[in-house]
Design a protein around this ligand. Sequence first.
Ligand SMILES: Nc1ncnc2c1ncn2[C@@H]1O[C@H](COP(=O)(O)OP(=O)(O)OP(=O)(O)O)[C@@H](O)[C@H]1O
Length: 333
Amino acid sequence: MGVEVVVDGLTKSFGRQVIWEDVSLTLPAGEISVLLGPSGTGKSVFLKTLVGLLRPDRGHIWIDGHDLAGCGEDRLYELRRLFGVLFQDGALFGSMSLYDNIAFPLREHTKKTEAQIRRIVMEKIELVGLVGAEGKLPGEISGGMRKRAGLARALVLDPEIILFDEPDSGLDPVRTAYLNQLIVDLNAEIEATFLIVTHDVNTARTVPDDIGLLFRRELVMFGPREMLLSSDEPVVRQFLNARRHGPIGMSEEKDVSELAAEARLGQDPGALPPIPPQLMPTGNRIRRTQHAPGAWLAANGVVPPQGSFVDERGRNWLEEYPRLIDAHVKGAR
Ligand SMILES: Nc1ncnc2c1ncn2[C@@H]1O[C@H](COP(=O)(O)OP(=O)(O)OP(=O)(O)O)[C@@H](O)[C@H]1O
């Protein structure tokens, strides 16, 4: 089971440029969280800070009772071992086969024999669906396969927390759909804590348990998927609806007069569409940290738009989900 990560009052600047201030959030153990935000708001900086590659100016990152933001080098080295990171381009060594790339952290950080390494590498290769490609060089395979190889490498030290930096960047929508399914299946399988930085609105709407949004050097919101997908916040609606109208401007936030002019013209980020059902693991499995659809909305008295939780086959997951749970309970008896 993954570990909880509690970020408390985190602030990061480079020189006089404040990237974000006073960011507080909890990544619940074993859940999938997504971090959104316009380009340049510091999402990659946030991931690098979480994993200890960058030191924050202020604040804490609590993991297993230790503060990663304030600990010494030895403890930092230990805490880093809890993380697996999928970098944007997979960050593979171009001259090494996929097998050697994936084996690399094991050869660097453990004293395992080549036979033990082979067993682990082949297991992870199978997990990400790359069996048969292990002898290929990164330059000989597609971008989607490179991401899978990067993911296999991120998994070999059995991390408790996995950070994904724009896993869908450069992928076509179909490959993105496959990768999203892999992420959900992987979470069901290894139950680690996942944080995904993405620009892909469909990924943000369907994959995570929790969503956060960085804007104007702060975390505007972080909470359950249903909270964000039913939000009235203009910046949330603008981002999720991919609109020009709203507080996010071309290169920076719009000022008050620009927003007032938009309001006079009746230009608005628009209402959010129906909430889609969350992507489920394949094989009728249920993730241990899965939340029942509609649970947050019901607990908070929020009525979602008509058509919410209905999938492409017309099934309503408010009805389908209890049936699935029931079948699992009966199956377990
Ligand atoms: N090592 C560094 N030194 C100085 N400035 C940096 C450093 N790393 C990042 N920055 C600055 O921090 C800001 C945030 O960058 P970051 O790459 O985290 O944004 P992002 O939200 O991930 O953007 P995108 O969505 O386009 O990937 C940028 O202005 C960038 O220039």
